[in-house]
Design a protein. Structure first.
Length: 116
């Protein structure tokens, strides 16, 4: 998986209309985190903090500046972090996440149907 979030599709300015709720781990993964993933995470963070999926024209410059600054800080952080742990496989982590989601949905269905 090469994106930070399934609904993130980088468009002309670097953001889509979706505001994601899941923040993915970018450190110590295989394959390594790309610059596009770091930028997508920065966009996600700025959206969440600002409460806006797309800034108005009046706020576009501030939004873009914040994304750029957070992208640089995140890349610097990822480059400086050290660990002795082996990198986590993105594929294996995605499989685990799907299994957790399936269990959560099964539990949700059981809970809702039990109260009927």
């Amino acid at each position: 998986m090469s994106r930070t979030c399934d609904c993130f599709m980088l468009q002309s300015k670097g953001y889509s209309r979706c505001m994601c709720r899941n923040i993915r781990v970018l450190h110590n993964v295989d394959p390594p985190t790309t610059d596009d993933e770091v930028r997508a995470a920065a966009v996600q963070f700025v959206r969440k903090v600002s409460g806006s999926t797309r800034p108005s024209r009046a706020n576009d410059e501030a939004f873009e500046r914040a994304v750029d600054e957070i992208t640089l800080a995140t890349r610097r952080l990822l480059d400086d972090l050290v660990t002795k742990a082996p990198p986590k496989s993105r594929e294996l982590e995605a499989i685990k996440a799907r299994e957790r989601h399936a269990k959560r949905m099964d539990r949700e269905v059981r809970t809702r149907t039990a109260s009927i």
